[in-house]
Ligand binder design. Sequence first.
Ligand SMILES: *Cc1c(COP(=O)(O)O)cnc(C)c1O
Length: 400
Amino acid sequence: MTEDINENSLNDFINQMKRLRVINGIGTMTSLGGNVISNDVIESMKHISNIFINMDDLSKLAGDYISKRLDVEAAYITSGASSGIVLGLSALLSIKFGIKYIQQIIDKGQTQFVAVQRPHKTEFTDLITLVGPQILEFGNEKIVTKESLIDTLVRMRGKVLAIVHFMFEPMNGTLPLENVLEIAHSFDVPVIVDAAAELPPKENLTKYYRMGSDIVLFSGGKMMGGFSNSGLMIGKKHIIDAVSKIGPLSEELTLKGSKIFIGRPMKISKELIVATLVALENFLKFDEDTWMDEIYNRAKYIQREISHIDRNLTAKVVYPLWNHPRPSNIPRVEIKFKDGKSAREVSLSLKKYKIPIYTYFDGNKLYINPQCLTDEDISTLMEGVSKVLKSTKRKKDDRT
Ligand SMILES: *Cc1c(COP(=O)(O)O)cnc(C)c1O
């Protein structure tokens, strides 16, 4: 009897959950579920979900596989690019001061600074402070010169744990990674590159590493096609070895009981390791050029169809600047309203459509990213846009 009730309420939950589905015209956003996971990736987890395994061994095996596959010194699967920032900085503290326990890392962390160029200040930058360091900005909003970095490193000599470089290029006025690496390394300061959303192209997987970056981070849950709570760290072996020592899977048995390390709240499961590795493998094999053509055609199609909806709008296909959800090489449809309709209002009304439609807006422009849209989504989106624009119009007409 109770079982029946449970089953019914579980069915209710599943039905309610399905009704939460939205149409994602923004991109691989964490807040919209990351991305869709292929059957291959789901299936791959069954190889490991029914057995126990030494997690350290599994993590090392996966790291070795990936480092060979990408021809990099070392690789580590994390619970996201964000956790890579925290783990990477913790590992650098551990190396610099010969420490490993949580309290030691946070104590030493508080004596340190992490340099970030001013225009790179984003919602992710504050993560740096989680392990203690203060953020040290160099350059200003408009221009970041080599001198501004050199001055900072001279002034704070010995106290700069790392530079965290957010891959938002091309971004006017910023100091390119190439210069950052050269200057930082001349002061023996390591560089962590957050390239979370810089895929495609695939070549970016190793590009920043090959330029000499010490650690490079990617999200597993964006273009790579893994779970939203997965990520990939590649880089110098001695740093990644230190990451694994203080990482999510490490425990130390002492006479007083066992000790965990700072990585524990960023735990990864055996299933996540396998799924991320398989997602990466699929990503390496996928035909990027064909896919990029297809995305472009989809953008063109949306642009044409949208243009037919309303004479008062103009739509074109653009490659967005850095401040959009990344990456910037995926084309978006940019829509402007000649009759003074507000892009924000249209975007908010689309969110209230019977199936909520998520779009991005910036100033008076509305943006649609075709990346996460199926053909069916696109028809619903057209329907939604058409209805929303009509009702916005009607409201205006009512008033006159
Ligand atoms: C998405 C993103 C992150 C966060 O990555 P997660 O894998 O979700 O932790 C960090 N930095 C940048 C630049 C991003 O685009």
